[in-house]
Design a protein around this ligand. Structure first.
Ligand SMILES: O=C(O)CCC(=O)C(=O)O
Length: 281
């Protein structure tokens, strides 16, 4: 459920998923805001037409169905469900720490750097050496695309409440000319989920099949943001693997967030109390 929170003393408004809001610092009162004004604004804005992936401009996205066969899907699912050290990420919004509505794991090959999405990303994602069991899939993606990859980000969407907000993969360490191949796998019995690309005028909605490879080209990141919206129905678990090539000489250009002991973050989440200890240094 989306909740609108009014930040009273600065008269700023933020939109936040209710279950992502964990800790309150520097701010004394939160109150649900009357959203009818916002709804009016939305009504005045003409709705963005929703189109298909095929309607996107040249060089944006291509989807390859059945990129993996059933044996490859089963093998990969066995690795993905073999007790990997998946973690949430935490974003310091200044007045609250927000927990990502999905888990992730960051694998690297030949280098070892945490992945900070932004300066607000507390601790970043820990780097893990890519386990040998993922090499066959990495090589298959390399052969298919004709590009090398030295990093793999796995996202786990455990149910319809797990999601990914609109963003572009434009991290400085990817350089100027990059593609992001994105592989989708579903747990047995899970329902298919959508990815939505959008700019101010248009939305492109695309359903991702099991074992399919969606290749996001450079144009896609320049022109559109993409997101995995929440689903109100029961959907089961989806795994997403995005392959990236990190230029080691560009690592210094990446943002770096604060480092905070995990127990402190965990405590904030568990208690959610309004107390000074919850303020990140
Ligand atoms: O889950 C997906 O399909 C998208 C993943 C993504 O955009 C990302 O990890 O940056």
């Amino acid at each position: 459920m989306m909740t609108t929170i009014k930040k009273l003393h600065q008269q700023k408004t933020i939109l936040c998923d209710e279950r992502e809001l964990f800790t309150i610092s520097r701010i004394h009162v939160y109150e649900p805001m009357n959203t009818s004004g916002l709804d009016e604004k939305k009504k005045r804005r003409p709705p963005r037409p929703t189109k298909l992936l095929a309607d996107m401009p040249e060089g944006c996205c291509s989807d390859y169905l059945s990129f993996l066969n059933q044996t490859e899907i089963d093998e990969l699912l066995a690795h993905l469900t073999s007790g990997l050290d998946y973690e949430h990420s935490f974003t310091d919004m200044g007045f609250a720490v927000v927990k990502s509505p999905r888990k992730q794991i960051w694998f690297t090959r030949g280098f070892s750097e945490p992945y900070f999405f932004s300066k607000a990303h507390v601790n970043g994602l820990k780097p893990h050496d890519l386990p040998p069991c993922f090499l066959p899939i990495l090589q298959k993606v390399e052969e298919f695309t004709g590009r090398p990859f030295n990093a793999l980000l796995v996202n786990v969407y455990d149910g319809g409440n797990d999601s990914l907000s609109a963003h572009a993969d434009a991290d400085p360490w990817l350089g100027d000319d990059f593609i992001v191949p994105s592989l989708t796998l579903y747990d047995e019995g899970a329902s298919l989920r959508r990815i939505v690309f959008s700019d101010k005028e248009t939305r492109f909605s695309h359903v991702m099949e099991n074992g399919s490879l969606l290749i996001m080209g450079g144009n896609c990141q320049k022109l559109f943001k993409h997101e995995i919206p929440k689903e109100s129905r029961a959907v089961g678990i989806r795994y997403n693997l995005t392959f990236r090539f990190v230029h080691e000489n560009l690592i210094s250009k990446m943002p770096r967030g604060k480092i905070v002991p995990v127990e402190e973050i965990e405590e904030m989440i568990v208690t959610g109390k309004k107390r000074k200890a919850n303020v990140l240094p």
